[in-house]
Design a protein around this ligand. Sequence first.
Ligand code: TPP
Ligand code: MG
Length: 665
Amino acid sequence: MNQHSTVATSSEDLMANAIRALAMDAVQAANSGHPGAPMGMADVATVLFNRFIRIDPADHKWPDRDRFVMSAGHGSMLVYAINHLLGYDDMDMDQIRNFRQMGYRTAGHPEYGHAKGIEMTTGPLGQGIATAVGMALAERMHNARFGDDLVDHFTYVIAGDGCLMEGISHEAIDLAGHMGLGRMVLLWDDNQITIDGSTDVSTSMDQKARFAAAGWHVQAIDGHDKPAIAAAITAAQGDPRPSMIACRTIIGFGAPNKQGTSATHGAPLGEAEIAATRAALGWTNPPFDIPAEVYAAWKTIATRGHQARSEWATRLNADLRAQDFMASVAAPETSPLKADITAYKARLSAESPKVATRKASEMALEIVNATLPNTVGGSADLTGSNNTRTKGMQTVTRDDYSGDYINYGVREHGMAAAMNGITLHGGFVPYGGTFLVFADYCRPAIRLSALMGQPVTYVLTHDSIGLGEDGPTHQPVETIASLRAMPNLNVFRPADAVETAEAWELAATATTTPSALCLSRQGLPTVRSEHTDENLTARGAYVLRKADGRRDVTLIATGSEIELAMQAADALQADGINAAVVSAPCFELFAQQDADYRRAVLGTAPRVGVEAAIRQGWGALLGPDDAFVGMTGFGASAPAPELYDHFGITAEAVAAAARKLRHQT
Ligand SMILES: Cc1ncc(C[n+]2csc(CCOP(=O)(O)OP(=O)(O)O)c2C)c(N)n1
Ligand SMILES: [Mg+2]
């Protein structure tokens, strides 16, 4: 099919028109959705799948499959139509017919885990590109460990104008070019249309020059010319650089009156235009009815992939490292790490070091990295501050992917998305560092870690005004609360080296929950000087210091403020007030404990919460009449001890708040 004729002349044309028909009919049935992108990119996607992609719908987790990411997630019907036509057993026509309906796998945007063949959740524009960079990097790293026989696949991305306008694309493109990810192929849906109309209302960017400047191989083609599409993908595969193919397409291709306009972007075409499209495409089948010959054509892709997968399985069986390979793509073993961390905790409790929890994190990581064979560290240019690089780690470079430490550069958002891609790809357990306050620079990707249930660990140091002189731009006050607000994210704020080790054990062996470790810059004493085998941090909160006799007041703190709570408890004791101190390193895990445990920890006495951050979120632990000692606004630039005094976050203030509550009851 060329630009001037819409009528199918080949089997591949029919395969593409099947995508168009399913997309327009499903959106019409749902009375919502985005037909334009699937119709516009149907030819590119058909050629990609028909002539290149290696996947096996009968084994959707085959580790050596090609990865396909629909970064322009609003074009979800492209993915669903393809997966239906390929014969995935969980994508029957009922799913297509019930696009965007409750209880079906065909959600408005592709959701990871809802159906097979969806490699990641997309919809927030730009995330797909940046996550795919992580997948492509993981592919090379896994290849460096297991060789071409076992790891040898491509990462394909379809991205729209929106994905390329998003800032995260800049970080991702730069990182991919720098890392020389030659097996990444980005197909840009260059339709010159976004929601507000023509792209020239908002951008003058020369995208091809931008990619070239970042070290990419760049081509431009007519995205409806199948031989040209095939030739470009072949050239992309052969070039050692990551490849961008600008595919000039017509959004809503085939809809005679609406194609080429933003009217097709995100609304049903309407019955009349759908009828006109059927006529223009020569597509005579009723909605949700696909000719057998079209299914047969798509089926050959699945058959080819199945064959490739069985050949791969034969190679795996013959490979001496088969066991190691399978272990690398499975969840990490928990018991060896538990044993090592428990022994380490006993040493810590005996030695009681005074260390910053960022340093304690490095100490724990020495054990994590020695015990788990496939951790991959990194930092967004703050390695020495985040303490993320342990002894013997080797840098991953474009010339040698066998390393285990990634210099993500000053690209927090790109780092976070790449880590999602690394876990989604499989083979590695990633963690990466930045300052806690810059978690906001990663937030959309952290949100996807949580939504997709990917066990990425965020190492977030300099976690309060305790960082001192760098001042309010660098001092998180609302960041912890905002992270706690996110579902399925474990936010840890450990009080000492022991809790930090416990938090790391939980983070490194998590399987469906990402972790944010909030770590201090300043030194903190060991408060867990009495060893327990049990990982108390796993409880979320626990009684660190029992009241001497009947509990008069409960002081609850996290991280660096535990030290203040302990001092306050001493002061209260001198006044004859029995205070218990509760350490609460992870609110989320505490909320998962049974009610009896939670009641026992929190007690019935009045409570004082203390955290060098805002109060929001403490409603989980404090009642309306309880007190809170913390921040109410931004910090300031000064040495840390002066800041604590200035903002009234002191042992005296905690003790005073406790005394006041006592008098009120
Ligand atoms: C981060 C983000 N911002 C905004 C949106 C809302 N949105 C969805 S599609 C779209 C326009 C995308 O244009 P383009 O990528 O060119 O897609 P096309 O119209 O060509 O299908 C916008 C703004 C979004 N999904 N994600
Ligand atoms: Mg567009």
